[in-house]
Design a protein around this ligand. Sequence first.
Ligand SMILES: Cc1cc2nc3c(=O)[nH]c(=O)nc-3n(C[C@H](O)[C@H](O)[C@H](O)COP(=O)(O)OP(=O)(O)OC[C@H]3O[C@@H](n4cnc5c(N)ncnc54)[C@H](O)[C@@H]3O)c2cc1C
Ligand code: SF4
Length: 502
Amino acid sequence: MQLVVVLGDQLNHNSLAFDGLDPGQDLIFMAEVAAEASYVWSHKARITLFLAAMRHFRDELRARGFRVEYRTLDHPANLGSLEAEVRAAIERHQPTRTVCVEPGEYRLREQFLALGLELLEDRHFLASAADFARHAEGRKQLRMEYFYREMRKRHGYLMDGGKPAGGDWNYDEENRGSFPKSGPGPLPSPLRFTPDAITREVIALVSQRFASHPGRLDHFDWPVTAAEARAALDDFLTHRLERFGLYQDAMWTAEPWLYHSFISSSLNLKLLDPREVCQAAEDSWRRREAPLAAVEGFIRQILGWREYVRGIYWRYMPGYLDKNELGHTAPLPDFFWTGETEMRCLSEAIGQTLNHGYAHHIQRLMVTGLFTLLLGVDPRRVHEWYLAVYVDAVEWVELPNTLGMSQFADGGIMASKPYAATGKYIQRMSNYCAHCPYDPAESAGPNACPFTTLYWDFLMRHEARLSRVGRMDMQLRNLVRIEPARKAAILTQAQALKDKYA
Ligand SMILES: Cc1cc2nc3c(=O)[nH]c(=O)nc-3n(C[C@H](O)[C@H](O)[C@H](O)COP(=O)(O)OP(=O)(O)OC[C@H]3O[C@@H](n4cnc5c(N)ncnc54)[C@H](O)[C@@H]3O)c2cc1C
Ligand code: SF4
């Protein structure tokens, strides 16, 4: 008898673990455990999504004729951790072989290897760890763009006879639009999913069991099955993809969704296959329903960034978790858990995160991430926050994005320079500053925008280190132009901010 362990982010009917399984004899084992919901202080919606999707997947497997042993969170004999549950299942069933698709987290991989599990390749992904190692070999510096081009050639997306469709590999320049002063205008309401009885049961369980955890559940409407995930993708392709490219980086007050796809949680739970997503987007372009710049921008995120960050994660773990190139040690400000701050950009980004478990890439990178970078927050604490509060958060994708791209804690493995900017960037890409007591043009004084004050302080603090990062030259030249008296005022004001948020 073969025992197949299926984790909460392995809800893939096409998984290698199910190949050749004998439904009459073999057993699939799934467990809901408190440890996975609590080792970071998880958002209630994140816990709910995982458990609701697992329960739906369990029922689908049973409908396919498989035997599934499923341990619910509230089962009186629940052992509380995956390691203990899997060990007990092995003792109980004495299988000839216990298999699991390789977990997406180093910690679990080590635990499962120690238990003697046979780990199978995750064929959800388009690049294996070995493919990434081949790509990385002999390169002094890794860059997503070169990896992405290889992936385009290998998998044939947006290719015309060996050449990139339209003649260019990348239309990033056309992906940076902001909305006019009048705003985005009427936005298409995204397709959302009313919780069914199974999901409602999970919502009740999570509300009671994890009452003190952050986030709200009254808005919970994420896709929890493959069919819902596909419907969400189709809704994006039909109503939002066309404008996705142009407004990918834009932000607007009280508009959490804009033209994004919101498929990251479905992809990361493996309810959606990235091949299906890329092909469907390419088909939209070939049918002339969406412009090439939008489709290329979207496919680049999935075929490029998503696969690339996974490659980085497995190449640099376990040491990656402890990286702190800039020596940052400040605590995470308390308002990250409440959204209660007078800084409008942060209250918007954190507020929607607590309401929905969602913020789009630029809100994560250039609002919350930028603030913690400039304030000098310990990257480990920043990582724990991002892993806790987003419905799409799983460590292999969250960690390189947070520690590497947004905090520069890996010293330049993920990003060629820190994403450091003043409040003027946020002003250009949103209308947040128009509703804020601060002025992004001011670096000192009562109206100074904390981002702008902390930006100059960040450059002064790290000038020596940053001068070795080639692409920071222009920013450092601007620093030299600031008069000593203003520099002193900025330093004093920055220190007051650090004291306030310590
Ligand atoms: C600090 C920080 C933390 C992040 N943490 C996560 C995380 O835990 N889980 C996660 O899936 N993404 C994470 N991202 C990447 C990105 O922000 C989200 O994938 C995206 O916002 C999800 O929303 P969406 O589905 O509407 O994406 P869209 O904007 O519609 O993009 C389409 C898809 O592309 C993929 N994608 C886009 N950007 C990235 C990226 N940088 N890395 C990997 N995949 C990408 C996602 O699968 C996404 O669904 C993080 C980014 C930052 C800066
Ligand atoms: S002024 Fe500064 S703090 Fe206020 S919204 Fe703009 S960037 Fe954010």
